[in-house]
Design a protein around this ligand. Structure first.
Ligand SMILES: Nc1ncnc2c1ncn2[C@@H]1O[C@H](COP(=O)(O)OP(=O)(O)OP(=O)(O)O)[C@@H](O)[C@H]1O
Length: 270
């Protein structure tokens, strides 16, 4: 389990310090799909950077199985929004790239790459060059590359943000299939409430100023998809639609409207 305990992050910038996260606590469990949503600038990527070990907290602690996260590690694979593939290499070579460090032979690396290309539905494109692929296919290659080194957790920073609406929906379904088949723990950032609801087993709403956890909801929509229900049926379920509207309202109006603030509440807020 990855645990963030009372984490604070302060960025030193020219002339002043910017407090981005304050007293933030969050557990990421193996095998669960944790999705973070929150307004732009509330600290989502900062949170991912802490978990990835790219950044150390200014206060509090980040740990995995009780051991402090002191830097990046093979048990945490990261996929960024814009892919970081090597365009002149084949799909198979890109997926096999991370395995070089693991000291495997070329044959072993290719066999492993092919296994994960099959899991992400790209086996027919193993010999294609990266520049021949669509955006969605490139993101699947990035996913296969991260999976091939067999991390316990996948950290995904808005991985579907650059895709068109239709490809994005297909990729959401694909992500759920990969999550179910691989059993990995996933931590993902998104700006789409619908996407967050559809994918998350644990939906984390972050608040800005400075960033902190507002709520964590346990959901089962992704589980329902993984066990055979169609995406359209889930996304049009009144429970799903109701939650989508509730969360959108919370994001758009983070504070209660003035008319609904009672005298007692005014004292409390003051
Ligand atoms: N290295 C840095 N130095 C100074 N300030 C930073 C640094 N990185 C991020 N920030 C600031 O911290 C705040 C949070 O940034 P972060 O990227 O974590 O937010 P976010 O929620 O991921 O934003 P978005 O949704 O727009 O991607 C922003 O105000 C940003 O300007």
């Amino acid at each position: 389990m990855i645990r963030l305990q009372s984490v604070g992050v302060v960025y030193p910038t020219a002339g002043r310090e910017v407090e981005v996260l304050r007293d933030l606590s969050l557990d990421l469990h193996d095998g669960r799909f944790t999705v973070v949503i929150g307004e732009s600038g509330c600290g989502k990527t900062t949170l991912l950077n802490l978990i990835a070990g790219f950044l150390q907290p200014s206060s509090g602690s980040a740990s995995i199985d009780g051991k402090p996260i002191s830097g990046p590690g093979a048990e945490r694979g990261v996929v960024f929004q814009s892919d970081t593939l090597l365009p002149w290499q084949t799909v198979r070579d890109n997926v096999a790239f991370g395995l070089r460090l693991a000291g495997q032979t070329l044959q072993q690396r290719h066999a492993r790459a092919d296994e994960y290309l099959a899991l992400t539905g790209l086996q027919a494109y193993a010999d294609a060059a990266i520049w021949e692929l669509s955006g969605g296919m490139r993101q699947r290659v990035s996913l296969a590359r991260a999976l091939a080194v067999d991390p316990r957790f996948l950290l995904l920073d808005e991985p579907l943000g650059a895709l068109d609406a239709l490809t994005r929906e297909q990729m959401q379904e694909h992500l759920l299939q990969v999550w179910k088949a691989s059993g990995k723990g996933i931590f993902m950032i998104t700006h789409s409430v619908e996407e967050a609801l559809f994918l998350a087993t644990d939906l984390v709403l972050l608040r800005a100023g400075p960033g902190r956890v507002d709520s964590v909801r346990k959901l089962d929509f992704g589980e329902r998809f993984a066990t055979g229900e169609s995406a359209r049926s889930i996304k049009s379920d009144p429970h799903f639609v109701g939650l989508r509207e509730e969360i959108l309202a919370q994001l758009l109006h983070p504070h209660p409207p003035a008319s609904r603030i009672t005298a007692g509440r005014v004292k409390e807020l003051a």
